[in-house]
Design a protein around this ligand. Sequence first.
Ligand SMILES: C[S@@+](CC[C@H](N)C(=O)[O-])C[C@H]1O[C@@H](n2cnc3c(N)ncnc32)[C@H](O)[C@@H]1O
Length: 213
Amino acid sequence: MEQEFWQARWRENRIGFHEAAPNSLLIKHFSRLGISAGQSVFLPLCGKALDLDWLLSLGLRVTGVEFNQGAVEEVFARLGLTPDVSQAEGLIRYQSGELALYAGDFFALAPAHLGAVDAVYDRAALVAVKPEDRQAYAAHLNRITGTAKQLLIGFDYDQSLMDGPPFSVPGSVVEALYQGSHEISLIEERAADGRIGERCNALEQAWLLTPFS
Ligand SMILES: C[S@@+](CC[C@H](N)C(=O)[O-])C[C@H]1O[C@@H](n2cnc3c(N)ncnc32)[C@H](O)[C@@H]1O
């Protein structure tokens, strides 16, 4: 049912979450992750974000997962890459060079699909998850990435003003989800633009999550 909701959004081109350029908070704060060429970054619920291209351009190994197969295929086409396509235990793996994207359900990913993950970049992924599934999302993300460090970009707004997704994920929720595994710091917050900014005065927030060693 959740999958059908998102597939309908893609079919009907209701993808206001897709940005026309790499996310500016990613560009500004990426270096805080302390990773460089040859290391790996995982993007849960990646859509067809241009963030993928930007991270690849840094020489990183980039892995993502996305329900919508068309979105995955569009990323490779956009990059001029012809992927190898294979079945991967319930998901479809598209791979070319340093880019591997899985078409299918995030919750079906196992650690073996990803291998070693040096960092996670979550933009509009946690906020896309229904509140009742957040705990499972965060626990699964930690499990499949070996509790990697994380740059997390989300929204904080008055949930009574708008139905999600994107849902409001205030600091108290980030704390509740990750305080057992990571040190959490808010590195920037700014007025969100677009519809969510106009309707709800939402704040767009960037968090750095550093695992306890
Ligand atoms: C709000 S969008 C964000 C996409 C991307 N991170 C971006 O910044 O453009 C959320 C995406 O997650 C996908 N999605 C939602 N639940 C998923 C799941 N359980 N497994 C895989 N993809 C999922 C949706 O199809 C949608 O493309």
